[in-house]
Design a protein around this ligand. Structure first.
Ligand SMILES: [Zn+2]
Ligand SMILES: [Zn+2]
Length: 271
């Protein structure tokens, strides 16, 4: 099987098992097996394309991204399971405005009343009028089909994010501007757990960790620079939005290997 087939098959296989995974609670089993290489009070919600995250913060909560199709059911179910009210949601943080991350933005904002936080450059993606260039036009074409199929609705960003900004959620989340995939693509760093939510800097599946496909990157020349920025931060754990297992150490090692940072592949020694 060549690389292209891998790239096409791995998301398909995982999107097929995603829903089974959600329904079966296998994630919880994996979470125990890997000895919590991921903080408590962090929940990944799997949809057809990738994951969004719910972070519990006492009686409050924060979401990172909103998914595309299927997530509203799983998000509502998780809130019920955790005994959280929709109003507990204090913020919707958006890594970037691609359809698989912003697909339920309007619904989640209406359902919870929470504000949307994203980089100003992402509003055009959310509105579906970003001026894609060259091969990147395919991304726009695919998104415009997706918007019609899924009955997508746009929403306005309430608070614009800037690099280095500290957000008062989940014990503190620092905005890390990581342009490349999109111009306003941002990660979120939590110092307490030394964990970086890395958005779409890479996708991490067990037989295929890869950088985002060329057609999806609006500023590909900035991607390696953003990876270097992550390396300088040296987070203990990394969680991308497209992944197999909820294991921050595993994804950090795959990220380091993918971007040629061989000295950073060893398992983290810190607890
Ligand atoms: Zn993306
Ligand atoms: Zn994505």
């Amino acid at each position: 099987m060549d690389t292209n087939e891998h790239e096409i098959l791995s998301p398909l296989i995982f999107s097929t098992v995603h829903c089974f995974y959600e329904f079966s609670d296998l994630e919880q089993v994996w979470y125990l097996i890997v000895m919590r290489k991921c903080p408590p009070k962090l929940h990944a919600i799997r949809g057809i394309m990738g994951c969004c995250f719910l972070l519990e913060d006492g009686e409050q909560s924060v979401m990172i991204d909103t998914g595309m199709f299927g997530e509203p059911f799983f998000i509502r179910r998780l809130f019920r399971r955790l005994n959280l009210k929709p109003k507990s949601l204090k913020a919707i943080l958006l890594t970037h405005g691609h359809l698989d991350h912003a697909g339920n933005l309007a619904w989640l904002k209406e359902w919870s009343g929470a504000k949307i936080y994203a980089h100003a450059n992402e509003q055009a993606h959310i509105d579906g009028n970003y001026p894609y260039q060259g091969v990147n036009r395919w991304c726009g074409r695919l998104e415009s089909v997706g918007r019609k199929v899924f009955g997508y609705r746009s929403a306005n960003i309430d608070e614009f994010l800037n690099d280095g900004q500290q957000l008062p959620f989940w014990g503190g989340l620092q905005v890390v501007h990581l342009p490349g995939h999109t111009l306003g693509h941002c990660g979120f760093f939590n110092a307490k757990h030394n964990l970086l939510f890395s958005g779409d800097m890479f996708a991490s599946y067990f037989f295929n960790a890869h950088k985002p496909w060329a057609i999806l990157n609006s500023a590909p020349d900035k991607l390696n620079e953003s990876a270097e920025k992550i390396r300088r931060m040296k987070p203990r754990w990394i969680l991308p939005c497209h992944f197999d297992f909820l294991d921050g150490d595993l994804h950090r090692r795959r990220f380091a290997k993918l971007y040629g940072m061989d000295d950073w592949i060893q398992p983290s020694s810190s607890p």
